[in-house]
Design a protein around this ligand. Sequence first.
Ligand code: NAD
Length: 346
Amino acid sequence: MAIFENIDFDDHESVHTFSDPESGLKAFIAIHSTKCGPSAGGCRLWSYSDSATALTDALRLSRGMSYKNAMAGLNLGGGKAVVLRPSGDFDRTALFAAFGKAVDSLGGRYYTAEDVGVSPDDMRVVRQQTSFVAGLNDGEAASGDPSPVTADGVFRAVRLAADKKLNAPLKGLRISVQGLGHVGYDVCRRLSIAGAHLIVTDINAELMRKTESAFGAKLVAPDDIYGVDADIYVPCALGATINENTIDVLKIKAIAGAANNQLSISKMGKFLHEKSILYCPDYVVNGGGIINIAGEIEGNYNKDWVEEKLQGLEATLVEIIECAAKTNRPTNEIADEMAQSRIGRR
Ligand code: NAD
């Protein structure tokens, strides 16, 4: 499993492998950059087909965290942990205790928190092993689950996309949402209050039913979400959903969602630009959660500071959209350049 030859290796400062046969822990922690401060990014628990796929995920996600933290103006670098979900039954407490020890062994170069498949309860277990963890529900300066703040940021980005691309308020717009988990469901709630019509999907049938009955959302099968006749697409499941198979069927005018690494390859941004679809870069749109976590890491969590930073994200998104329009270039390229310059890689 070559690392330096991996197409997603981007001069990461370090990549760590952890294994603990007793608990079943197999994990990677990738630290992309500590230029702006200690690296921070969530921990993902997922059933990967193999460890090479998990490693690639850690490399891509940690680079995304460097960009995300820089664009949010945080004193944090970029890192990410991926834990390979053990097959069959496993002791969750033992798994996260072992993961906590792994995080602690890095001596504060990486702060962890929740990501897909991980809850504040898991982070409480991690906290027993290390202080380099945030997203806790209780204790001094605890900020809780970051998902509602991520959802707040996504909602603001969707509203901005509606304004900039469609010159319209959200009321009456058709919005397609993929993934109805911690973030996606709350985004649906906010969009529904704003009067948008929702077309949604998830691989979890129960979440589909819940969203239908709470917000009158129209349900579609997971593979049908891309071709839906909607105004804005809000990806809130996993990454790489804008890819060679989906790009041609998209009928939307804009994309703004929570999922990390939405473009399978950077060139997809160019294709979206050519199709006149406004792409709001994922790591700007979904920065709300890490902003919330940063307040906790600094030990002075307060909601006014979080609000100020969320408004900063909106301003950054406007700057990217306006620069892209003025220079007739893809938004992802503009955003990448801004982020790279902030972490001293340009
Ligand atoms: P989650 O695990 O709670 O929800 C993800 C949902 O997507 C689940 O309901 C799952 O069933 C669904 N899903 C998975 N594959 C799917 C598919 N092919 N089609 C349809 N649905 C599918 O995760 P979350 O915390 O809501 O995060 C959602 C996304 O946002 C992730 O990509 C995550 O990395 C990103 N993100 C989350 C946060 C946060 O604060 N939670 C912050 C930044 C980015």
